[in-house]
Design a protein around this ligand. Sequence first.
Ligand code: COA
Length: 316
Amino acid sequence: MPKIPDHVRGARFTGWGTALGHKVVTNDDLAKTMDTNDEWVRERTGIQRRHIGGSTSELSAISGAAAMKMAGVDPSSIDALILATTTPDRTVPGTSATVQNLLGLSCGAFDVNAACSGFVYALVNAHGLIAMGAERVLLIGTDTLARITDWTDRNTAVLFADGSGAAVLEATSGRGHLLGWDLDADGSAEEILYAEIGGNIQMEGKEVFRRAVRIMVDSAQKSMAHAGVTADDISVIVPHQANIRIISAACDRLGIPMSKAAVVLQETGNTSSASIPLALFADLGQTKPKQGDLVLLVGFGAGMTAASAILEWGAQ
Ligand code: COA
Protein backbone atom coordinates (compact mmCIF):
# COMPACT_ATOMS: atom_id res chain seq x y z
CA MET A 1 0.00 0.00 0.00
CA PRO A 2 1.24 3.51 -0.77
CA LYS A 3 2.44 6.09 1.73
CA ILE A 4 0.16 9.07 2.34
CA PRO A 5 1.23 11.80 -0.13
CA ASP A 6 2.30 15.16 1.31
CA HIS A 7 -0.31 17.94 1.37
CA VAL A 8 -3.32 15.60 1.55
CA ARG A 9 -6.14 17.10 3.63
CA GLY A 10 -6.12 15.38 7.02
CA ALA A 11 -8.85 14.42 9.47
CA ARG A 12 -9.36 13.56 13.12
CA PHE A 13 -11.97 12.01 15.38
CA THR A 14 -14.14 14.60 17.13
CA GLY A 15 -16.74 12.33 18.77
CA TRP A 16 -17.48 8.68 19.34
CA GLY A 17 -20.03 6.30 20.80
CA THR A 18 -20.60 2.60 21.38
CA ALA A 19 -23.44 0.11 21.90
CA LEU A 20 -23.63 -3.50 23.06
CA GLY A 21 -26.36 -6.11 22.72
CA HIS A 22 -28.76 -5.86 25.69
CA LYS A 23 -28.52 -9.49 26.87
CA VAL A 24 -25.40 -10.59 28.79
CA VAL A 25 -24.44 -14.24 28.23
CA THR A 26 -21.73 -15.70 30.48
CA ASN A 27 -19.59 -18.75 29.82
CA ASP A 28 -21.58 -20.53 32.53
CA ASP A 29 -24.78 -19.73 30.62
CA LEU A 30 -23.30 -21.40 27.51
CA ALA A 31 -22.21 -24.42 29.57
CA LYS A 32 -25.87 -25.09 30.34
CA THR A 33 -26.63 -25.81 26.67
CA MET A 34 -23.36 -27.17 25.23
CA ASP A 35 -20.32 -29.20 26.25
CA THR A 36 -18.06 -26.35 27.39
CA ASN A 37 -17.05 -24.67 30.64
CA ASP A 38 -15.99 -21.28 31.96
CA GLU A 39 -12.40 -22.35 32.68
CA TRP A 40 -11.80 -23.60 29.11
CA VAL A 41 -13.26 -20.52 27.45
CA ARG A 42 -11.35 -18.08 29.72
CA GLU A 43 -8.05 -19.91 29.30
CA ARG A 44 -8.26 -20.59 25.56
CA THR A 45 -9.87 -17.28 24.47
CA GLY A 46 -9.87 -14.72 27.34
CA ILE A 47 -13.64 -14.23 26.93
CA GLN A 48 -15.72 -14.15 30.15
CA ARG A 49 -19.06 -12.90 28.86
CA ARG A 50 -20.59 -11.38 25.72
CA HIS A 51 -23.56 -9.15 24.88
CA ILE A 52 -26.13 -10.20 22.32
CA GLY A 53 -29.33 -8.70 20.93
CA GLY A 54 -30.51 -5.91 18.66
CA SER A 55 -30.22 -5.57 14.90
CA THR A 56 -27.25 -4.05 13.08
CA SER A 57 -29.26 -0.90 12.27
CA GLU A 58 -30.52 -0.51 15.86
CA LEU A 59 -27.06 -0.79 17.44
CA SER A 60 -25.60 1.48 14.73
CA ALA A 61 -28.20 4.17 15.39
CA ILE A 62 -27.33 4.16 19.12
CA SER A 63 -23.55 4.41 18.64
CA GLY A 64 -23.88 6.84 15.71
CA ALA A 65 -26.17 9.21 17.63
CA ALA A 66 -23.77 9.18 20.61
CA ALA A 67 -20.81 9.98 18.33
CA MET A 68 -22.63 12.96 16.74
CA LYS A 69 -23.70 14.21 20.17
CA MET A 70 -20.13 14.10 21.52
CA ALA A 71 -18.82 15.84 18.38
CA GLY A 72 -21.56 18.47 18.75
CA VAL A 73 -22.58 18.15 15.11
CA ASP A 74 -26.02 18.30 13.53
CA PRO A 75 -27.11 15.28 11.38
CA SER A 76 -27.53 17.65 8.42
CA SER A 77 -23.79 18.45 8.51
CA ILE A 78 -22.64 14.84 7.92
CA ASP A 79 -21.39 14.44 4.33
CA ALA A 80 -21.23 10.63 4.22
CA LEU A 81 -22.03 7.57 6.31
CA ILE A 82 -19.89 4.45 6.07
CA LEU A 83 -21.13 1.37 7.90
CA ALA A 84 -18.67 -1.50 8.28
CA THR A 85 -20.66 -4.68 8.77
CA THR A 86 -20.64 -8.32 7.75
CA THR A 87 -24.15 -8.87 9.17
CA PRO A 88 -26.49 -6.46 7.34
CA ASP A 89 -30.17 -6.41 8.35
CA ARG A 90 -31.14 -7.31 4.79
CA THR A 91 -29.32 -8.40 1.64
CA VAL A 92 -30.77 -5.29 -0.04
CA PRO A 93 -30.65 -2.37 0.72
CA GLY A 94 -27.37 -1.72 2.47
CA THR A 95 -27.98 -1.32 6.22
CA SER A 96 -26.23 2.05 5.99
CA ALA A 97 -29.37 3.35 4.21
CA THR A 98 -31.55 2.20 7.13
CA VAL A 99 -29.16 3.86 9.61
CA GLN A 100 -29.01 7.04 7.51
CA ASN A 101 -32.80 7.33 7.85
CA LEU A 102 -32.86 6.42 11.58
CA LEU A 103 -30.27 9.14 12.32
CA GLY A 104 -31.93 11.79 10.16
CA LEU A 105 -28.90 12.17 7.88
CA SER A 106 -29.22 13.59 4.37
CA CYS A 107 -26.00 12.25 2.84
CA GLY A 108 -24.67 9.31 0.85
CA ALA A 109 -24.42 6.04 2.75
CA PHE A 110 -22.74 2.74 1.95
CA ASP A 111 -21.77 -0.54 3.61
CA VAL A 112 -18.24 -1.95 3.73
CA ASN A 113 -17.86 -5.70 4.28
CA ALA A 114 -14.28 -6.59 5.13
CA ALA A 115 -15.30 -8.85 8.05
CA CYS A 116 -13.39 -8.09 11.25
CA SER A 117 -11.03 -5.70 9.43
CA GLY A 118 -14.07 -3.63 8.40
CA PHE A 119 -13.67 -0.65 10.72
CA VAL A 120 -10.09 0.04 9.60
CA TYR A 121 -11.10 -0.42 5.93
CA ALA A 122 -13.91 2.11 6.52
CA LEU A 123 -11.56 4.49 8.34
CA VAL A 124 -9.16 4.59 5.40
CA ASN A 125 -12.06 5.10 2.96
CA ALA A 126 -13.42 7.92 5.13
CA HIS A 127 -10.03 9.66 4.96
CA GLY A 128 -10.24 9.30 1.17
CA LEU A 129 -13.63 11.07 1.13
CA ILE A 130 -12.24 13.87 3.29
CA ALA A 131 -9.25 14.22 0.95
CA MET A 132 -11.86 14.65 -1.83
CA GLY A 133 -13.60 17.53 -0.04
CA ALA A 134 -16.04 15.98 2.47
CA GLU A 135 -15.97 17.89 5.77
CA ARG A 136 -17.49 15.29 8.07
CA VAL A 137 -17.91 11.52 7.77
CA LEU A 138 -19.80 9.30 10.21
CA LEU A 139 -18.04 6.00 10.48
CA ILE A 140 -19.73 3.03 12.17
CA GLY A 141 -18.60 -0.56 12.76
CA THR A 142 -21.40 -2.89 13.80
CA ASP A 143 -21.95 -6.63 13.79
CA THR A 144 -24.69 -8.87 15.13
CA LEU A 145 -22.88 -12.19 14.82
CA ALA A 146 -25.32 -13.90 17.19
CA ARG A 147 -27.70 -14.09 14.20
CA ILE A 148 -25.23 -16.16 12.15
CA THR A 149 -23.86 -18.31 14.98
CA ASP A 150 -24.93 -21.90 15.56
CA TRP A 151 -25.66 -21.86 19.31
CA THR A 152 -25.15 -25.62 19.51
CA ASP A 153 -21.61 -25.47 18.05
CA ARG A 154 -19.07 -24.99 20.85
CA ASN A 155 -16.29 -24.26 18.32
CA THR A 156 -17.88 -20.95 17.37
CA ALA A 157 -20.63 -20.12 19.91
CA VAL A 158 -18.14 -19.31 22.68
CA LEU A 159 -16.49 -16.63 20.51
CA PHE A 160 -19.03 -14.43 18.74
CA ALA A 161 -21.35 -11.61 19.89
CA ASP A 162 -23.01 -8.29 19.01
CA GLY A 163 -21.85 -4.69 19.31
CA SER A 164 -21.23 -1.36 17.63
CA GLY A 165 -18.75 1.51 17.70
CA ALA A 166 -18.96 4.82 15.83
CA ALA A 167 -16.89 7.94 15.29
CA VAL A 168 -17.28 11.32 13.61
CA LEU A 169 -14.25 12.02 11.45
CA GLU A 170 -13.80 15.71 10.61
CA ALA A 171 -11.48 17.50 8.18
CA THR A 172 -8.75 19.49 9.87
CA SER A 173 -6.57 22.33 8.68
CA GLY A 174 -3.50 20.52 10.06
CA ARG A 175 -1.93 17.25 9.01
CA GLY A 176 -4.58 15.14 10.75
CA HIS A 177 -4.13 12.00 12.80
CA LEU A 178 -3.55 9.31 10.14
CA LEU A 179 0.20 8.73 9.67
CA GLY A 180 0.18 5.39 7.85
CA TRP A 181 -2.19 2.62 6.78
CA ASP A 182 -2.38 -0.79 5.16
CA LEU A 183 -5.23 -2.89 3.72
CA ASP A 184 -4.73 -6.53 2.75
CA ALA A 185 -6.81 -9.52 1.59
CA ASP A 186 -6.07 -13.11 0.60
CA GLY A 187 -9.16 -14.65 -0.98
CA SER A 188 -7.43 -18.03 -1.33
CA ALA A 189 -8.10 -18.50 2.42
CA GLU A 190 -11.87 -17.98 2.05
CA GLU A 191 -12.80 -21.56 2.98
CA ILE A 192 -11.34 -21.44 6.52
CA LEU A 193 -13.86 -18.84 7.75
CA TYR A 194 -17.17 -18.13 6.03
CA ALA A 195 -20.96 -18.09 6.29
CA GLU A 196 -23.21 -18.90 3.32
CA ILE A 197 -26.12 -16.51 2.73
CA GLY A 198 -28.71 -17.55 5.31
CA GLY A 199 -26.20 -19.88 7.02
CA ASN A 200 -24.02 -19.86 10.12
CA ILE A 201 -20.30 -19.19 10.55
CA GLN A 202 -18.06 -22.14 9.63
CA MET A 203 -14.49 -21.99 10.91
CA GLU A 204 -11.24 -23.94 11.02
CA GLY A 205 -10.18 -22.38 14.31
CA LYS A 206 -6.57 -23.53 14.44
CA GLU A 207 -5.79 -22.45 10.89
CA VAL A 208 -7.49 -19.06 11.42
CA PHE A 209 -5.41 -18.61 14.58
CA ARG A 210 -2.16 -19.44 12.81
CA ARG A 211 -2.78 -17.09 9.90
CA ALA A 212 -4.26 -14.33 12.08
CA VAL A 213 -1.04 -13.75 14.00
CA ARG A 214 1.03 -13.69 10.80
CA ILE A 215 -1.20 -11.27 8.86
CA MET A 216 -1.72 -8.91 11.83
CA VAL A 217 2.03 -8.60 12.31
CA ASP A 218 2.64 -8.19 8.57
CA SER A 219 -0.01 -5.47 8.21
CA ALA A 220 1.10 -3.61 11.35
CA GLN A 221 4.71 -3.60 10.17
CA LYS A 222 3.68 -2.17 6.78
CA SER A 223 1.70 0.64 8.45
CA MET A 224 4.55 1.45 10.80
CA ALA A 225 7.00 1.55 7.87
CA HIS A 226 4.69 3.89 5.92
CA ALA A 227 4.33 6.14 8.96
CA GLY A 228 8.10 6.12 9.57
CA VAL A 229 7.71 4.81 13.12
CA THR A 230 8.87 1.70 14.97
CA ALA A 231 7.20 -0.59 17.52
CA ASP A 232 8.98 1.35 20.30
CA ASP A 233 7.09 4.51 19.26
CA ILE A 234 3.65 2.87 19.70
CA SER A 235 1.91 3.87 22.96
CA VAL A 236 -1.31 1.90 22.48
CA ILE A 237 -2.14 -1.05 20.20
CA VAL A 238 -5.83 -1.61 19.50
CA PRO A 239 -6.06 -5.12 18.03
CA HIS A 240 -9.10 -7.01 16.75
CA GLN A 241 -10.68 -8.67 19.79
CA ALA A 242 -10.86 -12.33 18.75
CA ASN A 243 -8.72 -14.25 21.23
CA ILE A 244 -6.35 -13.01 23.95
CA ARG A 245 -3.77 -15.58 22.82
CA ILE A 246 -3.82 -14.15 19.26
CA ILE A 247 -3.35 -10.62 20.65
CA SER A 248 -0.55 -11.78 22.93
CA ALA A 249 1.28 -13.67 20.15
CA ALA A 250 0.98 -10.70 17.76
CA CYS A 251 2.23 -8.24 20.39
CA ASP A 252 5.11 -10.56 21.18
CA ARG A 253 6.18 -10.78 17.53
CA LEU A 254 5.79 -7.02 17.05
CA GLY A 255 7.83 -6.28 20.18
CA ILE A 256 4.97 -4.35 21.81
CA PRO A 257 4.29 -5.18 25.48
CA MET A 258 0.81 -6.51 26.31
CA SER A 259 0.44 -3.65 28.82
CA LYS A 260 0.02 -1.35 25.79
CA ALA A 261 -2.84 -3.41 24.33
CA ALA A 262 -6.45 -2.21 24.58
CA VAL A 263 -8.39 -5.36 25.48
CA VAL A 264 -12.17 -5.60 25.97
CA LEU A 265 -12.86 -9.10 24.70
CA GLN A 266 -13.33 -10.44 28.24
CA GLU A 267 -16.57 -8.39 28.24
CA THR A 268 -17.53 -8.26 24.55
CA GLY A 269 -16.40 -11.46 22.84
CA ASN A 270 -15.64 -11.12 19.13
CA THR A 271 -17.91 -8.45 17.63
CA SER A 272 -16.18 -8.35 14.21
CA SER A 273 -16.48 -4.84 12.68
CA ALA A 274 -17.33 -3.39 16.12
CA SER A 275 -14.34 -4.93 17.82
CA ILE A 276 -11.69 -2.24 17.20
CA PRO A 277 -13.98 0.77 17.85
CA LEU A 278 -15.24 -0.89 21.06
CA ALA A 279 -11.65 -1.45 22.21
CA LEU A 280 -10.78 2.15 21.30
CA PHE A 281 -13.87 4.01 22.50
CA ALA A 282 -15.92 1.97 25.01
CA ASP A 283 -15.48 2.59 28.71
CA LEU A 284 -14.58 -0.94 29.80
CA GLY A 285 -11.47 -0.21 31.84
CA GLN A 286 -9.04 -0.89 29.00
CA THR A 287 -5.79 0.86 28.10
CA LYS A 288 -6.76 4.14 26.40
CA PRO A 289 -4.73 6.58 24.29
CA LYS A 290 -3.77 10.03 25.63
CA GLN A 291 -3.11 13.25 23.72
CA GLY A 292 -0.06 12.83 21.49
CA ASP A 293 0.11 9.03 21.77
CA LEU A 294 0.83 6.98 18.66
CA VAL A 295 -1.93 4.39 18.32
CA LEU A 296 -1.76 1.25 16.18
CA LEU A 297 -5.12 -0.17 15.07
CA VAL A 298 -4.80 -3.66 13.60
CA GLY A 299 -7.51 -6.06 12.50
CA PHE A 300 -7.84 -9.36 10.67
CA GLY A 301 -10.84 -11.36 9.57
CA ALA A 302 -12.60 -13.59 7.07
CA GLY A 303 -11.36 -13.23 3.54
CA MET A 304 -8.79 -13.35 4.95
CA THR A 305 -8.51 -9.63 5.29
CA ALA A 306 -6.11 -7.60 7.40
CA ALA A 307 -5.94 -3.86 7.97
CA SER A 308 -3.97 -1.47 10.13
CA ALA A 309 -3.50 2.23 10.73
CA ILE A 310 -1.19 4.45 12.76
CA LEU A 311 -2.95 7.42 14.39
CA GLU A 312 -1.43 10.33 16.28
CA TRP A 313 -4.04 10.73 19.02
CA GLY A 314 -5.56 14.19 19.27
CA ALA A 315 -3.56 15.53 16.30
CA GLN A 316 -4.86 18.71 14.66
N1 COA B 1 -15.17 -25.90 25.27
C1 COA B 1 -14.48 -26.93 25.80
N2 COA B 1 -13.60 -27.66 25.07
C2 COA B 1 -13.43 -27.31 23.78
C3 COA B 1 -14.13 -26.26 23.18
C4 COA B 1 -15.03 -25.54 23.98
N3 COA B 1 -15.74 -24.49 23.50
N4 COA B 1 -13.75 -26.15 21.89
C5 COA B 1 -12.84 -27.12 21.68
N5 COA B 1 -12.65 -27.83 22.83
C6 COA B 1 -11.74 -28.95 23.06
C7 COA B 1 -11.39 -29.68 21.78
O1 COA B 1 -12.34 -30.66 21.48
C8 COA B 1 -10.04 -30.23 22.09
O2 COA B 1 -10.19 -31.39 22.88
P1 COA B 1 -9.21 -32.64 22.70
O3 COA B 1 -7.84 -32.14 23.05
O4 COA B 1 -9.75 -33.63 23.67
O5 COA B 1 -9.32 -33.05 21.28
C9 COA B 1 -9.41 -29.18 22.98
O6 COA B 1 -10.50 -28.42 23.52
C10 COA B 1 -8.51 -28.24 22.21
O7 COA B 1 -9.20 -27.82 21.05
P2 COA B 1 -8.52 -26.90 19.97
O8 COA B 1 -9.41 -26.73 18.80
O9 COA B 1 -7.12 -27.40 19.74
O10 COA B 1 -8.45 -25.54 20.79
P3 COA B 1 -7.65 -24.25 20.48
O11 COA B 1 -6.67 -24.02 21.54
O12 COA B 1 -7.17 -24.19 19.04
O13 COA B 1 -8.78 -23.13 20.63
C11 COA B 1 -10.18 -21.70 19.31
C12 COA B 1 -9.89 -23.13 19.74
C13 COA B 1 -11.31 -21.70 18.32
C14 COA B 1 -10.55 -20.89 20.55
C15 COA B 1 -8.88 -21.11 18.69
O14 COA B 1 -8.38 -21.98 17.71
C16 COA B 1 -9.12 -19.76 18.05
O15 COA B 1 -9.41 -18.80 18.73
N6 COA B 1 -8.95 -19.67 16.71
C17 COA B 1 -9.19 -18.41 16.01
C18 COA B 1 -10.67 -18.21 15.85
C19 COA B 1 -11.00 -16.79 15.47
O16 COA B 1 -10.38 -15.87 15.92
N7 COA B 1 -12.03 -16.65 14.64
C20 COA B 1 -12.52 -15.35 14.25
C21 COA B 1 -11.57 -14.68 13.37
S1 COA B 1 -12.11 -13.05 13.02
